[in-house]
Design a protein around this ligand. Structure first.
Ligand SMILES: Nc1nc2c(ncn2[C@@H]2O[C@H](COP(=O)(O)OP(=O)(O)O)[C@@H](O)[C@H]2O)c(=O)[nH]1
Ligand SMILES: [Mg+2]
Length: 241
């Protein structure tokens, strides 16, 4: 049997957490565990998480940080905690709003296992048969950011920022051991770490998987100011890498 840990970073998600979708997933997929990292939420996020935990407590872990340190550190903390247990072969992360649905997450995981990849990243490619629902403004901003990111990583990635990604256990230390320097662009930092580690094998070991469904969920935690900062953050990442 192969087991997967899914890390779900949460910050003030009481309104958006859909308890039923989470419990339904846990009941249907017995080889998956959820590790929630609450990050000093000021609303009732923790209560909602406890509610999700009641149905399958052995497969739900809640990490509760007193101080807010951002999505990057939350994901890193959750992945390293799951890794330390030695119980899992796959590790991934997913947004609490389930913009990428669980069905896509399990497809990504299956793809990685069946095709001997070591990392598979969900990608919001607007293919003919894909249901990618995103407002035109968010789509355009996303494409501009993607162009900047491509210049930074020097690799033709379409979408580095989709919140659904999976890794095999043997690459966890390379990708997550060191703290990230950026709050929202840690995905870019991971790509650079993997590229440096795998060198010419990078293209074979990492796959960008076009997901078939993605829904924009209102209430994004990214502020306009965070988007303005992106080119500067990328520069910082490029210099420090
Ligand atoms: N732990 C933690 N999670 C965060 C923080 N900010 C955002 N998140 C989580 O990151 C995920 C993506 O956030 P979201 O606002 O949906 O971003 P968007 O969809 O990319 O606009 C969600 O699960 C959020 O709860 C934070 O400061 N700490
Ligand atoms: Mg979102």
């Amino acid at each position: 049997m192969s087991y997967t840990a899914i890390i779900i970073p949460c910050y003030n998600e009481a309104e958006r957490l859909d308890v039923e979708l989470f419990t339904d997933f846990l009941n249907r997929f017995a080889t998956f565990s959820l590790i929630f990292v609450d990050d000093g939420s000021k609303d009732k996020t923790l209560e909602k998480l406890e509610e999700i935990k009641t149905s399958t407590p052995q497969r739900v872990k809640i990490i509760s940080n007193k101080i807010n340190r951002g999505k990057a550190e939350a994901v890193r903390n959750g992945i390293l905690t799951a890794y330390a247990t030695g119980d899992f072969q796959q590790f991934g992360f997913l947004d609490a709003d389930l913009s990428t649905p669980f069905s896509e997450f399990t497809d990504i995981t299956d793809y990685m296992v069946n095709n001997n990849k070591k990392a598979v990243f969900g990608s919001r490619l607007k293919l003919e048969d894909a249901k990618i629902v995103r407002s035109p403004l968010r789509h355009i901003i996303g494409r501009i950011i993607a162009a900047f990111i491509r210049m930074t990583i020097n690799t033709p990635f379409y979408d580095t920022q989709c919140g659904a990604k999976v890794f095999t256990s043997d690459i966890i230390e390379v990708a997550f051991n060191k703290p990230f320097i950026s709050r929202w662009l840690f995905d870019v930092e991971i790509i650079l770490r993997l590229k440096k580690h795998w060198k010419k094998d990078f293209g074979d070991l990492l796959y960008e998987y076009p997901i078939k469904e993605w829904n924009q969920v209102d209430g994004s935690k990214i502020r306009f100011i965070d988007m303005i900062k992106i080119p500067f953050e990328l520069l910082k990442i490029k210099i420090k890498k």
